[in-house]
Structures are given as C-alpha cells and as structure tokens.
Design a protein around this ligand. Structure first.
Ligand code: ZN
Length: 388
C-alpha cells in the first residue's frame, strides 16, 4: 500500500510538470490520455461491477468482511463450533487498475446498495385461525416441516401456533451469497432396543414393562454448510459411542381384540372417519379444542361392536355424550362409545371382542349420525389409532 501511494505521488508531480508544459504547447486535450489515476475494480465472476479510487480499497475490503461476518452471527452457530470457511459463493476480486483522470468513479454507496439487493425476496406467511404447520407444508411443494424448522429455529413445531404469527417459508436470496462451512460436535442419545415377550393373558394392545430401557450416548461430528444464514447440508461424518444403551424388556399381549378388515371397517364400527383424534376446530362452537377420540360417520342404526373382551361399566345418557357405553378391559384400559341411538348391553355385562353392544346415533352434542370412539389408558385419553 505504501509503495502504491509513493507511485501515485510521483505521477502527481510528473503530471503537474507535464501540465505546465502541455498547456502552453498543445492545449488540455492532449494530456488526458497521459494522466492516469490509480483505481480498483470490484469484480464478480470476472465481470467489473464497480470502479473505485484506489485509496478506498481498504474500505471495500472492510465492507465485504462485515457483510460476511454478519451471516456468521445471524446463523446462530454454537460458540464451540469450528469455523472452517466463511466466503462468498461467487468469485469476488478487487483488482488494481489505471483509469483516465476524467473517469467517473462509483461510490462506496453503490457497493453497499448492491450488497443489500436480493434476487428473490423472502417469503413470510402470517398464521390465520385454524392453520396448522403440517397443512401449510402440505399445501406448498417447496415447503416441508423440516425447512420450516430450519428457517424458524425458535419455533416449536409441537406448540400451538397463534393467528398473526409470522413464519418464514423461504428466506431471501441475496445477490451475494455467503457460504459458511463448519464442524460441530454434538452429544446424542443412542436408542435402546426393546425385547418383546409374548403373554396370552394380555390384550394385543396391552404392554407391561418388565425392565426400563436406558439410552446410551454418542459423540457425533457434523460437517455443516450454511448458505446465507440457513443450513443447506448437515452431514454426520463421525460417530463415537460413549455409553452403550441397555435394552428394555416388555411383555406384550396376544389376546385378540376386534379386527379391522380394511377399507372403512374400523372394527368397532364400519364408517367414514369424519374427525380425527387431536386438536381441531369444533364444528359447533368454532373453538379450538382437543378432540379426545375419533368420529366415525355411519348411518343411524349401524352396529357398534365391543373393542375387546371386558365388562360394561356404564350404559348412560348425558346432554353432551348422548347415549354412551363404557367397557373396562382390565389392565387400566377402557373404551367409550358415544352418541348412540340404542344399547344392546347393560351395566355389569361381560362382553367379548366383536360382540354387538349398540347402534350408531346422533344423540347428545353431535352434528350428525356418527360413533365417537375413545380409548382411556389409566384414566387418560390416548390416540385410538394405537389400538384399532
Ligand atoms: Zn367426537
């Protein structure tokens, strides 16, 4: 840098000398091509984007460095990660050149404006009432739950999302792409195996844990590529088991439950799934509520069958549940059948798997003829899909 400045001064002295001579002899125009200035060209993939005075080269360098480091801090990288590379994906060069003294230079502002340009703007989505992330991902071919998680690292995919919340579906694609390459070490659990021991005294849906499994632990080295602040490649390049897992032992039942025979036969009833287990918007109140069973739509009068062997513990009627039946299958497992039109059993009856217990109806808080089927394990609602 010092050498360059000296050279520039020499030119300056030379040019003033020449200037004095030229002005008397052949006029100003003759000196133009003689009088060259030091400049730097900012080139992208070999193409000149800007030309700046040579003494601004340091500033250009600093701006580019800041631009790159900004992505490093935006990527929320673990402090212990080993940064291997932070660089532009495009080939960027700052080349010293000579220009005429009448040359119109670009300014630093031109460069900073160009650096903040996007080729494609970010795609944000505002949550509306009734949205769920799974559906948003389903509706868009370029969006998956994994990319939503990548682009919104602070978003808990399992938490309820509120209307008005903005989520990033696709980040902006800037003109200048910055690639960060790093290595990071993570401690991760090693899953344990489950040894299953068959037991004829338990239902097919029942499990008794004889021995709890214990997760092991492993050290995983990841090779990570982050482009413009978001991961594009995460590769596990090395795994070392630090602690071996301990297998679990579980007794599983083999005693039969009511069989599903494909199509629309759900075992307890033949019908069409009209509302699933889990969170949903209630068709009557419009409120977002937890649906503790599955709704199987079927015409009034369709046969309803006992899920498994057991004892009828309630045959009752209620404004909300309508006519309903509860069966206790033992081992903490109960099933309930709601909105019935008729009962075929009484309290205290012993029933066998597949025995008819009642008929589908539209009684209680119901918007159409259907069976609401629930499974309770030790008093808590569980997904019926694990049982039928
Ligand atoms: Zn229901």
């Amino acid at each position: 840098m010092r050498l360059k400045r000296k050279f520039k001064n020499t030119i300056y002295i030379a040019s003033t000398l020449v200037f004095g001579w030229v002005i008397t002899v052949s006029g100003i125009s003759a000196m133009k091509h003689l009088n060259k200035l030091d400049a730097v060209e900012f080139r992208v993939e070999g193409e000149t984007r800007f030309t700046l005075p040579a003494d601004q080269a340091d500033e250009v360098d600093l701006i580019l460095k800041k631009y790159k480091l900004n992505y490093l801090s935006k990527s929320s990288i673990a402090p212990e990660a080993k940064i291997l590379k932070v660089d532009f994906q495009q080939k960027i060069e700052i080349i010293p050149v000579k220009v005429d003294d009448e040359f119109t230079f670009n300014s630093i502002d031109d460069l900073t404006a160009d650096l903040s340009r996007n080729e494609v703007e970010a795609d944000w989505y505002t949550i509306v009432s009734g949205d769920n992330l799974w559906q948003i991902a389903m509706d868009r071919t370029d969006v998956t739950l994994t990319t939503i998680q990548d682009y919104n690292p602070l978003l808990d995919l399992n938490a309820i999302i509120y209307p008005g919340k903005e989520i990033l579906l696709k980040p902006a694609d800037p003109v200048y792409d910055v690639e960060v390459h790093l290595e990071n070490i993570a401690l991760e659990p090693v899953e344990f195996d489950t040894i299953r021991i068959k037991d004829e005294s338990l239902l097919t849906s029942q499990r008794v844990i004889l021995k709890e499994g214990i997760e092991g632990e492993k050290k995983v080295v990841y090779d990570i590529t982050i482009v413009n602040g978001y991961p594009t490649e995460v590769l596990a390049i090395q795994e070392t088991v630090l602690k071996q897992p301990v297998s679990a032992e579980v007794k599983v039942g083999t005693k039969r439950t009511v069989g599903r025979s494909g199509g629309n036969n759900y075992g307890v009833v033949s019908g069409r799934l009209s509302s699933n287990y889990g969170y949903r918007t209630h068709p009557i109140s419009g409120r977002r509520i937890f649906h503790n069973g599955i709704d199987l739509a079927a015409p009034t009068g369709t046969a309803v069958y006992a899920y498994a062997d057991g004892k009828v513990t309630s045959v009752s009627q209620d404004n909300t549940l309508g006519k309903y039946i509860t069966i206790d299958h033992g081992g903490g497992l109960k099933t309930r059948y709601l909105h019935l039109s008729a009962y075929k059993v009484s309290v205290g009856d012993k029933v066998t798997a597949g025995q008819r217990i009642g008929s589908v109806g539209n009684t209680g808080y119901s918007t159409g003829s259907h069976l609401h089927f629930e499974v309770l394990k030790n008093g808590s609602y569980v997904s019926p899909w694990n049982y039928i």
